[in-house]
Design a protein around this ligand. Sequence first.
Ligand code: PGA
Length: 257
Amino acid sequence: MPQRPYIVGNWKMHGTRAMLSEARAIDRAAQRHMKVEVAIAPPYTLIHPVHREAEQIAVGAQDCHHEEGGAHTGDISATMVADAGAKFVILGHSERRQNHGESDALIKQKTNAALAAGLRIILCCGESEKTREAGKAVNFVKKQLKASLPDFGDDTDLISEKLTVAYEPIWAIGTGKTATVDDIAEMHAEIRTLLVSLYGEEQGGEVRILYGGSVKPENASEILGTPEVGGALVGGASLTADSFMGIALAAGDAEEG
Ligand code: PGA
């Protein structure tokens, strides 16, 4: 059965407790739009407060360490974010890859740690502007994704529940630029083919592939109506309930249309 559209807010390094009212407003609005699955990934410090208050939306983390515990000052493990109430974790975001030098191999370890902690994964991939201009975007993204995916082993039953992929062209993040519908459709189709080849039609065919990069209420309908786009990973426009739920509404409409 096809899954509901998935609209995920990535709050990045935004949000003190004053933002809890926004999370509450998102949660209340999500209760009125059950055709769409809505979730937010606030900073670590707000995971538990949001979890305590939310009735409808899932809360997630924006990263986790690849080990379960140990002498890693300042780091947080998958088990810890799960304990705080996180149901999912975003991994491999380009800001982590760039600002913290995260490699595909490290991200793979993190995805495995997340699975072991019972977290669902949103695995990000995406090319730079230079790679796109060189005509190498598709190959780059497929290679990046393949190298960062977790090892599901024999436990293949629920892959489409556990894994979501987010395609986020780096040059579209926070810039107001979005990829063309044709480019999004092409990349999502390639990612789908890869997922089906790895996990079979039943699971690989159902993994949701989100688009991310300057998604806002004004462009959401067009993007979410594109073939193989199963939702959106939203940064800037997820920081207020108004704009974020504008995107969720567009997702509901795209689903009906
Ligand atoms: P943006 O961020 O919506 O602000 O472009 C998206 C993301 O980084 O996930």
